[in-house]
Ligand binder design. Sequence first.
Ligand SMILES: Cc1cc2nc3c(=O)[nH]c(=O)nc-3n(C[C@H](O)[C@H](O)[C@H](O)COP(=O)(O)OP(=O)(O)OC[C@H]3O[C@@H](n4cnc5c(N)ncnc54)[C@H](O)[C@@H]3O)c2cc1C
Length: 395
Amino acid sequence: MPATPYLVTIDHLLDEEERLTWTAAREFCERRVAPLLEEHYERGTFPRELIPEFAEMGFLGASLQGYGCAGMNPVAYGLTMIELERQDSGIRSFCSVQSALVMWPIWAFGSDEQKQRWLPEMAKGTAIGGFGLTEPNAGSDPGSMRTHARQQGPNGDFVINGQKCWITNSPIADVLIVWAKTLLAGESEPTVRGFLVERGTPGLSTPETKGKLSLRASLTGEIVLDDVRVPARNLLPGVKGLKGPLNCLTQARYGIGWGAVGAAMSCYETARSYTLQREQFGRPLAGFQLSQQKLAGMHSGISKGLLLALHFGRIKHQDGKLDPTQVCMLKRDNVAMALDTARSARSMLGGNGIMGEYKIMRHLCNLETVFTYEGTHEVHTLAIGRALTGLNAFT
Ligand SMILES: Cc1cc2nc3c(=O)[nH]c(=O)nc-3n(C[C@H](O)[C@H](O)[C@H](O)COP(=O)(O)OP(=O)(O)OC[C@H]3O[C@@H](n4cnc5c(N)ncnc54)[C@H](O)[C@@H]3O)c2cc1C
């Protein structure tokens, strides 16, 4: 039997359109994204020149209907996430934030005016978005956020004060969805609401967070809000409470669950081909039992992760929604699998494993962030534990 990298494939389970989308995404990412990444990663810069091309490929708001978006089904969308993250988690993060964390809530919860104002431009990549939930004192527990919006004046404007940190794209964002507590007339308690805050609004600044050793080809920054006044029409009308941001995160986590498989594939394929060629003790490293144990473990993890993503993708396609805890599981398990795969693959290349040209070390560093953001591994474990037992271990 000739050697084959994968014993489990999903091509025969895809329809024609999904296959074409996957092939086109892979070809584009290999041709346009791959050559730029190593240098941007080293410099700590994001390849902004690719944004119009992402738009052309339909990657921005990929799963949304209308407004110039590609309207991909959940499986086709997931396959594009694999190819983006096969190159770099930071590139996938850019598309995830734009699509799932900013365009999706405007599409799902926004007014007609907000949709017309932002979605066509964001699909074209001429407007960039950021999602502001995390704060210096509110990470895993976003309900403890301090950012607040006070309604005042004859027009009912909102004045927002607070600080958000770790915000992907914030240094270049034209519009930021800021989640803030606000007490509206007739309500007894402050609730979390989403506000569209535009660059250039007085009192808004978005300083870049420097010094990251992970996700270096993605821009991260703060959102500082000092008496930022936004008109009442900038409130997202369609959702109240923490379920607003949490629903957005469920959309984004679904994409991460697919994307992580792409990072793992990249590491595994590199380790496999390297050890087939590299000889020590007179024969290829891939011929030693310890190497084969590592390859078999990586291959099993990738195969199962891909099948889980496809299974959940089909459910999402059929009825439009997955249980959020199923999405926690997809994100948690596939990211942990990808991180284990990257660590194992890194060791198989010996010294070369730390070199940029093989990409594994970049994936490994990136995946440490992916393990933590969009709900940490531990918090997803608790969400799954709560679903399995009915007992809440969070607090
Ligand atoms: C590069 C990067 C980009 C990001 N982009 C965005 C973005 O665009 N928008 C945004 O809003 N946020 C973003 N984040 C923030 C990210 O979502 C948070 O870092 C994450 O939610 C964890 O919050 P924290 O860092 O404050 O850690 P903490 O909440 O302080 O947690 C620290 C550790 O304690 C653990 N822990 C917490 N609570 C419990 C518990 N009950 N039981 C057991 N363990 C627990 C955590 O799992 C973690 O291991 C980004 C983060 C990074 C690093």
